[in-house]
Design a protein around this ligand. Structure first.
Ligand SMILES: Cc1cc2nc3c(=O)[nH]c(=O)nc-3n(C[C@H](O)[C@H](O)[C@H](O)COP(=O)(O)O)c2cc1C
Length: 302
């Protein structure tokens, strides 16, 4: 069913119950009833909680991708399968791609919600094409604007002060997925942002997806109390405690979970080599207010 027809159908069914004199169910109750009759699996990846918050709106028990990846080669089968993850440079995080590639997904309806903070550009099209190459055909891919956790460009205090209309936007996505709408977002052009093309995006992605923890991160040893929160939130087990204190190395997702979660703000982004990202405000850190530190640890700990 396409988007327009889904919305029409929903309007017509609400009008019908109203005319029959039955108290119309709330919209949320209708969606809940529908979901209860269906088996829906939702997978998510999160660093600072936005994508977990969104995943929880679509499922009472969304499954963490870093945890599921501990047992690759699964065949996931359901009436509906959803993916929720952050936009990284108009592409999916590497760990999400890995998860898609290493497992099989069987469902009549497949959807994805991609959280982003400022400009989602062509991420939905990118994900559609990436998945298609791996034999997964999504029916619905949409994006939702949230706090931008990308520290090289954004000051978290400023980001958190912006009303991004999350509740209204989420309600629309829930309605569309609830009605099994078919829709793939194409080139979302943000006001004031340059139009992106595939080549520009590839350049950006190369910068991001070839990272190691020791190249990205700077540790302030005076601030670090060796609480190992960084180790607990890292989806790649990049942190350990050595004779010389906290050590980190290894392939890095660039998710920034460690930097945002450090209670001492002892981890920052390096700015001492050409191309090092640096930070807008090393004193400002973010976690979605609906998500706890323990939620992030349970999601990512290896
Ligand atoms: C490495 C990296 C790259 C990002 N690239 C983009 C981007 O290209 N466009 C955008 O709007 N947001 C971008 N973001 C922001 C995140 O997509 C956004 O804040 C997301 O909601 C974070 O989700 P999480 O809290 O579940 O980790 C990026 C964040 C990171 C860490």
């Amino acid at each position: 069913m396409d988007r327009r027809n889904a919305l029409k159908l929903m309007g017509a069914s609400l009008a019908a119950v109203a005319m029959a004199g039955i108290t119309p169910k709330t919209h949320a109750a209708i969606l809940k009833d529908r979901a209860a009759n269906k088996k829906r699996l939702v997978f998510y990846f999160t660093a600072t909680g936005n994508s977990l918050f969104v995943a929880r709106q679509f499922s009472d028990a969304p499954l963490s991708i870093p945890q599921e990846l501990k047992n690759p080669g699964q065949v996931y089968e359901a009436d509906e399968i959803g993916f929720v993850f952050p936009d990284y440079a108009s592409a999916a995080p590497l760990i999400v791609r890995d998860f898609l590639e290493k497992n099989t997904f069987k469902a009549p309806y497949l959807f994805s919600i991609i959280t982003f903070g400022n400009a989602s550009a062509m991420v939905a099209e990118w994900w559609r094409d990436f998945a298609k190459e791996k034999g997964v055909n999504f029916d619905y891919i949409n994006t939702i604007l949230m706090v931008d956790n990308y520290l090289p460009v954004f000051d978290m205090n400023q980001q958190m002060a912006i009303d991004k209309h999350v509740d209204e936007n989420l309600a629309k996505l829930l309605t569309e997925v609830g009605a099994q709408t078919s829709y793939i977002q194409v080139q979302a052009q943000q006001p004031g942002m340059p139009a992106m093309n595939a080549d520009m995006l590839r350049g950006l992605q190369e910068q991001h997806f070839n990272m190691t923890a020791d190249r990205l991160l700077e540790l302030n040893k005076d601030k670090c109390v060796e609480c190992m929160t960084c180790e607990k939130v890292c989806p790649h087990k990049n942190f350990s405690l050595g004779n010389d204190g906290l050590q980190f190395a290894g392939k890095c997702e660039y998710c920034l979970a460690c930097v945002h979660a450090c209670p001492q703000k002892a981890l920052t982004l390096k700015s001492n080599w050409p191309g090092a990202p640096g930070e807008r405000n090393p004193d400002a850190r973010y976690r979605n207010p609906n998500v706890s530190l323990m939620d992030i640890i349970k999601s990512n700990r290896q």
